[in-house]
Design a protein around this ligand. Structure first.
Ligand code: BES
Ligand code: MN
Length: 456
C-alpha cells in the first residue's frame, strides 16, 4: 500500500495535466453538433485506460459510445469483482458569457481546476483510474478485479445503457457498482450517499395561432399561448410549495424517525446557504427542512421556458406557440412513467380550449435507495475516513444517476456512491470547478476501497 500511496503522491502534477487534457474535449451529449467530440473523447478515455495497463474497448450504442476497461485478471480469478461507473459526457456550457475563461480550457487557479466536466464527472472518474494506475505501475497486487464502465449519455438520461448492461450481463456481474458522481458537504465531511432522486422529463408546447400575429391588430381577440402556458404552469404548485397534481404524492414513502434525525445532524447554515445560492429568501415545501426538501421530497421544476421574440429591442406579436421543459425529481417509490402521465393528464384537464396542448415525454429514472449498513457500504465508509482523515457522513442526495437503478434491476448490484463533488463546484452552472485536493484524496479513497472491499 505504501508504494501505491507514494506513487500517487509523486505523480500528482501529471495527473492534473491529464485531467486538463480530458476536460478539453467538448463532450456535450445533449448537442448534436458535438457528436464528433463524443467519439474523440471516448477514444482518449480508452487510450488512457490502455496506457495505465487496462484492457479497454469502445462499444458503440444507439447513442454515444461507452468505454469498457478491465484490470488484468487470471482466467479463473477468485477475486471479488467490482464495476466502477462514470461518465465522460458533460452538460451544455451555456451561457458562455458567464464563464470567466472558456469552459473547455481547463484553467487552474488556487488549487482548483475550472472547466465544464471537471467535477461532473471527468475529475471523479479519473481519480479511480489513477488509483488503479498506481497499483498496476507499482506492481502492487489489486485485491479485486475491476471493470470500468464509462459512458457518454448520463447527462441525457442514459437511455441506451440498459440495453448494453443486458447484453453484457455475465461479464458485468459484480459485488457492487462503485460510483463517484455525487457530492460531499466539505473536504472535512466526506460522504457516502444512500439515496438518489429519480426523474421524469416532459416537454410541453401550447399552440395558438398558425403564425406570429400583429399584437395590435389581432391582440385581445385571441388567446396568447405564452400567457396560457404561464397560467397553466402557475396552477401546478400551491402556496405551500406542494405540487398541485392529483396523485403526485401517492407513492412517496415517508422518512422514518431515524432517517429524519440523521438528516438533521448534517450541518446547515441558512444565511450562508441563501448567500451561496444568491436568493433573497429560500422557498420549499412547507414542513420540511431544506436538506429534506433537496434529498427526500419530490419536485416539479421548470428547466426552460420559451416563447415569442427574445432578440434585442421589442417586437409586437402574439406568439404562435409557447414551450416549457419540465422535470420532476422523484423519491421512493414514485415511478417516472406514472408521474409523467399524471402531469400530462392534469395539464390536459386544465388546458383551456383556446390553445392546443402537445406533450412529449423525455427521459426518466427510477429513484434509488440502499442501506448504508451493508458490508460494502461499511468498507466504503472506512476507505473514506482513511483518505479524508475525517468521519464520513451519510447523505440523501437530490440529483439523479439514471443508470444506478438499471444496475440494480439488470445486474442485481447495489451502488456505492462515494462522491467527490463539493457543493460549490458549480456543476451544470458556469465556472464549474474541481478541487484538486479532493481529486488527490479521491484517488487515495479509491486505492483504500479495493483493500477494504476485499476484506482489509
Ligand atoms: N452527478 C450528477 C448527479 C448528482 C449530482 C447526484 C449531485 C447527486 C449529487 C449527474 O451527472 C447528473 O447531473 N445527472 C442528471 C441526470 C439527468 C440528466 C437524467 C441530473 O441529476 O440532472
Ligand atoms: Mn451532471
Amino acid at each position: 500500500m505504501n508504494a501505491v500511496e507514494k506513487y500517487l503522491k509523486q505523480h500528482q502534477a501529471r495527473f492534473v495535466r491529464e485531467l486538463a487534457e480530458y476536460v478539453r474535449f467538448a463532450s456535450v451529449s445533449a448537442q448534436p453538433k458535438h457528436t464528433p467530440d463524443m467519439l474523440v473523447c471516448a477514444k482518449w478515455v480508452a487510450n488512457h485506460c490502455k496506457q495505465i495497463g487496462l484492457e479497454a474497448k469502445i462499444f458503440p450504442t444507439a447513442g454515444h459510445p461507452v468505454v469498457i476497461a478491465k484490470t488484468p485478471r487470471a482466467k479463473n480469478s477468485k477475486k471479488p469483482h467490482y464495476v466502477v461507473y462514470g461518465h465522460y459526457d458533460v452538460q451544455p456550457p451555456e451561457p458562455f458569457d458567464l464563464w470567466k475563461t472558456p469552459p473547455f480550457a481547463a484553467r487552474i487557479e488556487g488549487g482548483r481546476m475550472f472547466g465544464r466536466g471537471t467535477s461532473d464527472n471527468k475529475g471523479q472518474n479519473l481519480a479511480h483510474l489513477k488509483a488503479v494506475e498506481a497499483y498496476l505501475k507499482t506492481g502492487t497486487e489489486l485485491p479485486c478485479d475491476l471493470t470500468f464502465v464509462i459512458e457518454g449519455e448520463e447527462e441525457v438520461g442514459s437511455d441506451n445503457l440498459a440495453a448494453f448492461l443486458k447484453a453484457h450481463r455475465a461479464e458485468l456481474k459484480c459485488g457492487a457498482v462503485v460510483v463517484s458522481d455525487t457530492g460531499l458537504p466539505s473536504v472535512k465531511l466526506p460522504a457516502l450517499t444512500s439515496s438518489l432522486r429519480g426523474i421524469a422529463a416532459l416537454e410541453v408546447t401550447v399552440h395558438g395561432p398558425s403564425r406570429d400575429l400583429h399584437s395590435g391588430v389581432f391582440g385581445g381577440s385571441l388567446e396568447n399561448p405564452a400567457m396560457a402556458l404561464c397560467q397553466l404552469l402557475a396552477q401546478l404548485r400551491d402556496k405551500n410549495g406542494r405540487i398541485a397534481i392529483p396523485g403526485f404524492y401517492d407513492d412517496v414513502v415517508p422518512l422514518t424517525a431515524f432517517e429524519k434525525k440523521a438528516m438533521r445532524r448534517l450541518p446547515f447554515d441558512e444565511r450562508a446557504y441563501k448567500k451561496f445560492l444568491g436568493v433573497p429568501e429560500l422557498f420549499g415545501e412547507r414542513g420540511y427542512a431544506p436538506n429534506e426538501q433537496r434529498g427526500t421530497r419530490p419536485t416539479l421544476e421548470i428547466n426552460g421556458l420559451t416563447s415569442g421574440y427574445q432578440g434585442e429591442g421589442s417586437k409586437t406579436i402574439v406568439p404562435s406557440w409557447a414551450r416549457v421543459k419540465i422535470t420532476c425529481r422523484l423519491v421512493p417509490d414514485q415511478d417516472p412513467k406514472k408521474i409523467a402521465k399524471l402531469v400530462h393528464q392534469h395539464l390536459k384537464k386544465i388546458c383551456p380550449k383556446t390553445v392546443r396542448l402537445e406533450v412529449e415525454y423525455g427521459h426518466g429514472a427510477v429513484p434509488y435507495a440502499v442501506s448504508p449498513e451493508s458490508r460494502p457500504a461499511q468498507a466504503a465508509l472506512r476507505a473514506l475516513k482513511k483518505a479524508f482523515g475525517h468521519e464520513p457522513v451519510l447523505l440523501r442526495e437530490g440529483g439523479s444517476i439514471p443508470v444506478i437503478s438499471d444496475f440494480k434491476r439488470i445486474l442485481g448490484a447495489d451502488a456505492l456512491l462515494v462522491g467527490l463533488a463539493l457543493p460549490d463546484d458549480n456543476s451544470h452552472s458556469p465556472n464549474e470547478k474541481f478541487d484538486l485536493d479532493v481529486f488527490r484524496k479521491g484517488q487515495l479513497m479509491s486505492a483504500y476501497l479495493w483493500q477494504e472491499l476485499a476484506g482489509g
